[in-house]
Design a protein around this ligand. Structure first.
Ligand code: NAD
Length: 490
């Protein structure tokens, strides 16, 4: 058994070739709900990255993995899914103590991550290659082969689901994977790798390197042995990684930030819409790439919607994430809370009206944690910084609109294009607006529904490439075409 977060004395080692490795330097994991240090974690240096890539290359080339039949790989992926559910409590606790999400959401994310492994077990076992239409005396076919070593770099907001979304399809596709989790949430990936070893995955096929972006992530994406990079995180980091990938001519998938519009037409079921808007922004304390952080309300119902919104927002319960019934835990770190506070101060200075929140909770029992109240900002336009930049916190900007043309122009006036919500009783209008908005995912009369079988990704600065679905496995494969000559005279 590996020394992972659930049982290890500090500092927690990272994992190369199935073996725990302690780095020379360490960093601290801090519980944002209490301010207490969880544990120290080893930093993988550039020399550790070199060694890890060499080990992963060897494991990827070994006949045991290279020649493993898809149904045998599927069996291992399925066993990982089962293993995750067997350790669901441990995984949920790890995520909660590292990023402060409420327990109910942590548990739901363990189940979702597990089902991602199950889904790619099925895809791996059932997806065939193609025989292509012949234009001569030959049989032509296209096979899909792994890249070799894939780097999977993930953010802190939903480590379990983000990592599963990369690791499961990359393994299904036959690659070796090196995960570089966020330094804020370093150990869920170690626990999953331990589960994978127990499920029969050969050592070296799934490795985990902990450390910061600068110390560990950068040498990893620069390493010539890494043949594909899959990144989820902020847009500026994505740009840096995209530049490196372009220079190295390796494929890259980038799932980046968002500033998603949630659009409420006057004919919508206002009660359902306002409930969806509140969950769409405040679930996970707003720390979600798809958070509906800009609310566009048709002017005829503005006052009524604002009244309902205030009531629902003020009824949200902010508290310790392990207490049942809490709607929001803390923000993921104290530094992040300062950043969010900076945005709200900026909104105030720009003349914005704070209709709810805009402060830390008054409850002294929450003083030691990085808590922040759900916040509604009104009275600004799309030109304001708070309405343009991704805050990644519990702050909703309310913006009125008059007609559909005005709405589409305002909603698309952003660098991002990740998601969008539309609330209306008119399905023709819903489809018209859905087509007109720049977004990779559009929800109509619902928000934040996600399915592993449905492609996900961003328009514009929200990213390049689509994860999930059957294409989510093809992302980690390269096509190879083979012609078999059939001309008896040749
Ligand atoms: P981040 O970009 O700061 O870090 C993401 C990961 O990249 C971390 O593991 C970090 O250590 C690593 N990293 C940082 N600099 C690097 C570099 N130069 N080279 C290699 N690796 C580097 O993002 P974050 O603060 O952890 O996460 C929040 C961001 O993630 C938000 O912008 C959010 O919208 C985005 N996100 C996007 C999606 C999506 O699917 N589109 C999902 C979740 C989060």
């Amino acid at each position: 058994m590996l020394q992972t977060a659930s049982i290890a004395p500090a500092p927690i080692p990272f994992l190369i070739g199935g073996e725990p490795v302690r780095g020379e330097a360490v960093f601290q994991s801090v519980n944002p709900a209490t301010g207490q240090v969880n544990y120290e974690v080893s930093v993988a240096s550039s020399a550790d990255v070199d060694r890890c890539v060499a080990v992963a290359q060897e494991a990827a080339r070994a006949p045991k993995w290279r020649n493993m039949k898809p149904h045998e790989r599927a069996r291992i992926l399925y066993a990982i899914a089962e293993g995750m559910m067997a350790r669901a409590d441990v995984l949920a606790q790890i995520q909660m103590r590292e990023n402060g999400k409420v327990m109910a959401e942590c548990r739901a994310q363990v189940a979702s991550a597990s089902s991602t492994f199950r889904y790619y077990a099925a895809v791996c076992e059932t997806l065939g290659a193609e025989v292509t239409p012949s234009r001569g005396d030959y049989l032509s076919m296209t096979l899909h082969q792994p890249y070799g070593v894939v780097a999977a770099i993930t953010p802190w907001n939903s480590p379990l689901t983000m990592e599963a979304q990369k690791v499961a399809p990359a393994l299904a596709a036959g690659n070796a994977v090196i995960v570089k989790p966020s330094e804020v949430t370093p150990t869920a990936a170690l626990e999953v790798a331990d589960i994978a070893l127990a499920a029969g995955l050969p050592p070296g096929i799934l490795n985990v390197l902990t450390g910061t972006g600068r110390d560990t992530g950068l040498p990893l994406v620069r390493h010539p042995g890494v043949r594909m990079i899959s990144f989820t995180g902020g847009t500026e980091t994505g740009r840096t990684i995209g530049r490196i990938a372009a220079e190295r001519l390796v494929p890259v998938a980038l799932e980046l930030g968002g500033k998603s519009p949630n659009i409420l037409f006057a004919d919508a079921d206002l009660e359902a819409a306002v409930a969806g808007v509140v969950t769409g922004i405040f679930e996970g304390s707003g720390q979600s790439c798809i958070a509906g952080s800009r609310l566009f309300v048709q002017r005829a119902v503005l006052d009524e919607v604002v009244g309902r919104l205030k009531a629902r927002t003020q009824a949200l319960r902010v508290g310790q994430p392990d207490v049942a019934g809490m709607s929001m835990g803390p923000l993921s770190s104290f530094g992040h809370r300062e950043r969010v506070e900076g945005f709200v101060a900026d909104a105030r200075a720009a003349g914005g009206e704070i209709l709810a929140g805009g402060a830390r909770p008054e409850d002294p029992a929450l003083d030691a944690g990085a808590f922040y109240m759900p916040t509604l900002v009104a009275g600004l336009t799309s030109a304001a910084r708070v309405c343009r930049e991704e805050i990644f916190g519990p702050v909703l900007c309310i913006l009125p609109f008059d007609d559909e043309d005005d709405l589409v122009a305002q909603a698309n006036d952003t660098a991002y294009g990740l998601a969008c919500g539309i609330w209306t009783a008119d399905y023709k209008r819903a489809l018209r607006v859905a087509r007109a908005i720049d977004a990779g995912t559009v929800w109509v009369n619902t928000y934040k529904q996600l399915s592993i079988s449905t492609p996900f990704g961003g328009f514009k600065d929200s990213g390049i490439g689509r994860e999930k679905g059957i294409g989510g496995m093809r992302l980690y494969q390269q096509a190879k075409s083979i012609y078999l000559g059939l001309d008896a005279t040749a």
